[in-house]
Ligand binder design. Structure first.
Ligand SMILES: Nc1nc2c(c(=O)[nH]1)N[C@H]1C(S)=C(S)[C@@H](COP(=O)(O)OP(=O)(O)OC[C@H]3O[C@@H](n4cnc5c(=O)[nH]c(N)nc54)[C@H](O)[C@@H]3O)O[C@H]1N2
Ligand SMILES: Nc1nc2c(c(=O)[nH]1)N[C@H]1C(S)=C(S)[C@@H](COP(=O)(O)OP(=O)(O)OC[C@H]3O[C@@H](n4cnc5c(=O)[nH]c(N)nc54)[C@H](O)[C@@H]3O)O[C@H]1N2
Ligand code: SF4
Ligand SMILES: [Mo]
Length: 774
């Protein structure tokens, strides 16, 4: 079983009730089933027992932080963390023989799941122009090939260097250093598609793009908002922190169009009570907001707070804080007082009672935290919405005090660290000056291209070399057909990867696969075994050490790959000791400590148990904005309303996938099994559209550029989503997201805000009986 490649068959759709609770015994059982299938028992146990422990492996899943040292349980991981780690520790292998048997066209015809299930990549491979197969290539020849291509470009800006957020601080720092020494700021990353909107909104209003909340803050808040996130599937250990907060007396308000399982009830697998009991109710209130209605909701709450202050002056707002630490209050207040509550009800789909009850919760609370994720950032008005949340926090001084603050919940385990290390196409001059002073070269100053900008430039022939350090760009990006065409126009595409994915199959004229060590694996360099470092969603920087024997003797670490590429490409005029960096990662951290603020004495501090926490100026009452004050802003924007006969589609994650990689076809908590080709629609909308639960439809994108964007053969599932909104899985529906449909100012694709219509293809006779859902 272990070595047999899975076939691509799906078992057929079955649907039952969405689950009312998350993460108990079945969660653990499912993780073990997946582990056993992918690895052998001792290997599984060895990896899992060190996960998220001091001196162990940082979970390669999400960026949720680890509890303080001394407060960690023996099994400090969730079901999904176990799946992610075992997906990497699999015993299956992709060998040169595999590539001989599967031409590139064949790979391109396979599902994402099938590609991933083939196992770990083992050797560098090249696809040469005019051929249809990958063949083995030596490492030196591979680096020479990339170097020749890069050196032959008219301008360094004709290359683009993508990073996905699993990459360590060390590799990320070197990667941006290489790109800038080579001469470009074209450093798109997954964050462009993830929390870019949060970064823009927070930077403008608070002067720093990161959240200021610690785990302790969360546990000590007395009111927590969970807006546009699904922690039961995507940040499962967040539920433990929320449970603690509840036991400490917190109330929780979830704002989400869908009644996600983890927002309802949590059974903590780490506690006996969690295994047998009813578990903890997570959300005291679930506001099933209409898609994109969050801006209106927070504006209404802000208006209510201003009016409450009018009624009882000096009792509602934190006047001292507003006067001493903020600006823009008057203009904001005037604007928000004019918000029309009838319009709010229309925008949010909520009742005045529902909003009023939350307002009462706010008045009763001294310490408020607002958490959010992709349900906000991937909206067209994401930036104004998050700015309005900052207004909401500022009004009662819920920023920078213990138990308060904004909490953007990050996705990839080191996406925040990669940004800290300079992976951003718009790094500020101060950072570039430091690079110059340290390494003696002049970095380019003009902003580079982000993810969407890179796709446009490849499409237009302005970028002809695409280099991906981890990730699966072609599937993560919007407008799949346009993105695929853009990548196919490239002269060279290079992917540094652990597992096979579609970005290897949809490639440039020449294509390289460079197989890398994963986080679970022992990394030995000339100076001995190395460790790596990462930063979680709450700015804690700590080590991660792999212990498993590498999947193949031919693998190189990401650090080694970047160093060797740099040596092959650059002319040596910069004073950058690439060989030393590769031999001893301590040298890399030493340079980081001199360049990146907050990293002084990096090597020593990071090896202390639990590492260290980066300072956040907001927590010291400092707001490094242009004016030196936290800023109230005036925000406008209305939710997308689909025209008659259409729906607003959000593309989201199932419980059983890691981003572009589906592990199975099941989404247990939503009650959907056996197929991901489903579109969830409100039952009343189905009636209006003349459709029934179980019908087969094409989902057709609507955007006024004349392009037919179509996801074919989807089964309609009646689901308790607000009217007008639909949901389907990513990445199968990325084909529907127009490249030009981006959030204002952040340029983030609007993956949760896509206008579609459903074209009926046929009905399935073998459906579960009507009424099985909702
Ligand atoms: N198991 C697992 N864990 C993961 C990942 C994974 O793929 N699998 N991915 C990781 C990454 S990179 C990220 S970024 C995070 C993503 O974590 P999430 O942001 O939780 O992921 P999504 O599945 O995109 O879900 C977004 C949620 O937003 C809600 N939503 C949609 N539209 C709106 C709206 O208009 N308003 C509001 N209030 N809510 C809305 C959806 O119903 C859904 O519950 O997860 C990380 N963790
Ligand atoms: N429609 C839609 N699209 C979305 C989103 C959405 O919600 N809806 N979400 C967006 C978000 S939030 C994100 S973060 C992006 C994710 O975009 P990416 O980060 O690019 O995608 P992943 O699926 O995480 O990448 C998986 C691949 O990474 C490689 N990999 C895994 N571990 C390692 C490693 O340790 N080293 C190396 N070198 N490679 C490794 C494997 O080859 C694997 O196939 O997608 C975005 N796209
Ligand atoms: S919550 Fe996130 S970091 Fe923690 S074990 Fe689960 S996937 Fe890993
Ligand atoms: Mo993400």
């Amino acid at each position: 079983m272990d070595d047999a490649p899975h076939d691509d068959e799906t078992t057929g759709l079955t649907v039952d009730e969405p689950s009312a609770w998350a993460a108990g015994v079945p969660a653990v059982r499912h993780a073990l089933e997946y582990s056993l299938e992918q690895t052998t028992v001792p290997r599984t146990a060895r990896t899992l027992l060190t996960m998220n422990q001091v001196d162990g492996i940082d979970c390669p899943g999400c960026a949720w932080p680890d509890p303080e040292v001394g407060h960690r349980s023996r099994n400090e991981y969730c079901e999904n963390g176990a799946k992610h780690i075992n997906d990497e520790a699999t015993r299956r292998r992709v060998t040169p023989e595999f590539f001989r048997a599967h031409p590139v066209d064949d790979l391109a015809s396979r599902s994402d799941r099938w590609l991933n299930q083939q196992g770990r990549l083992t050797e560098p491979m090249v696809k040469r122009p005019g051929t249809d197969h990958y063949e083995p290539i030596g490492w030196n020849e591979a680096f020479a090939l990339v170097a020749d291509e890069l050196r032959s470009l008219d301008s360094p800006d004709q290359a683009s260097f993508y990073t996905s957020g699993r990459v360590s601080n060390e590799a990320a720092f070197l990667f941006q250093l290489f790109a800038r020494a080579y001469g470009t700021n074209n450093l798109p990353d997954c964050s462009n598609m993830c929390h870019e909107s949060s970064g823009f909104a927070l930077h403008e209003t608070l002067g720093t793009g990161k959240g200021s909340v610690s785990l302790l803050d969360l546990e000590n808040a007395d009111l927590i908002f969970l807006v546009g996130q699904n922690p039961g599937s995507n940040h499962p250990r967040q539920l433990s922190a929320l449970e603690t907060a509840k036991l400490n007396g917190a109330r929780i308000v979830a704002v989400n169009p869908l009644p996600e399982a983890g927002l309802r009830r949590f059974k903590n697998p780490q506690k006996p009570r969690g295994v047998v009991g009813r578990g903890t109710e997570i959300a005291d209130r679930l506001l099933q907001v209409r898609p994109g209605g969050d801006l209106a909701l927070f504006q209404a709450l802000n208006r209510m707070l201003l009016e409450a202050e009018d009624r009882a002056p000096g009792t509602v707002l934190d006047r001292d804080f507003i006067e001493s630490s903020t600006d823009g209050f008057e203009a904001f207040a005037e604007h928000v007082r004019g918000v029309d509550l009838a319009e709010v009800l229309e925008e949010t789909g909520l009742t005045l009672d529902e909003i009023g009850a939350v307002h009462e919760d706010v008045l009763q609370s001294d310490r408020v935290v607002v958490c959010w994720a992709m349900g906000l950032t991937q909206q067209r008005h994401a930036v104004p919405t998050i700015r309005e949340i900052v207004n909401f926090l500022l009004l009662r001084g819920n920023v920078g005090r213990p138990g308060t603050g904004p909490c953007p919940v990050r996705g990839h385990s080191n996406v925040q660290g990669d940004r800290t290390m300079g992976i951003w196409e718009q790094m500020p001059d101060a950072f570039l000056d430091s690079l110059r002073d340290e390494f003696g070269f002049e970095p380019p100053r003009e902003h580079g291209r982000d993810a969407v900008g890179t796709i446009r430039a490849m499409r237009d022939g302005e970028v002809s070399v695409f280099f991906g350090l981890a990730g699966n760009f072609v599937r993560a990006a919007p407008d799949s057909e346009a993105t695929e065409a853009a990548l196919r126009r490239c002269r060279l595409t290079v992917q540094v990867s652990t597992k096979l994915n579609r970005s290897h199959a949809v490639c440039g004229e020449t294509a390289l696969i460079l197989p890398a060590l994963g986080r679970t694996e022992l990394d030995v360099q000339d100076s001995g075994p190395q460790f790596l470092t990462v930063e979680d969603s709450m700015s804690q920087v700590h080590t991660t050490r792999g212990r498993l024997t590498p999947a193949s003797p031919h693998l190189l670490s990401e650090v080694a790959i970047v160093c060797r590429l740099a040596r092959a490409t650059l002319d040596g005029s910069q004073a950058i000791p690439w060989t030393d960096f590769e031999a001893d990662y301590g040298h890399v951290r030493d340079r980081i400590s001199r360049i990146v603020p907050g990293f002084h004495d990096y090597d020593r501090r990071v090896t202390r148990p639990g590492g260290f926490t980066l300072p956040n100026p907001v927590n010291e009452g400092v707001f490094p904005t242009e004016t030196g004050a936290a800023r109230f802003t005036t925000n406008r924007g209305r939710a997308t309303r689909a025209p008659a006969g259409h729906l607003v589609l959000q593309t989201l994650r199932s419980h059983d996938q890691w981003n572009t990689v589906p592990y199975t076809d099941d989404d247990r908590y939503r009650g959907i099994h056996g197929s991901r080709q489903v579109v969830m629609v409100n039952r009343d909308d189905l009636l209006d559209l003349g459709l029934s639960d179980g019908d087969t439809v094409d989902v057709v994108g609507v955007w006024d550029d004349g392009v037919d964007r179509r996801a074919s053969g989807f089964t309609v599932v009646a689901y308790p989503t607000p009217r007008g909104g639909a949901a389907a899985y990513y990445p199968e529906t990325n084909v529907l997201v127009p490249l030009d449909s981006v959030a204002e100012t952040s340029n983030q694709p609007t993956y949760k805000d896509v206008v579609v219509r459903l074209e009926k293809v046929g009905s399935r006779p073998d459906r579960a009986p009507e009424g099985a859902t909702t």
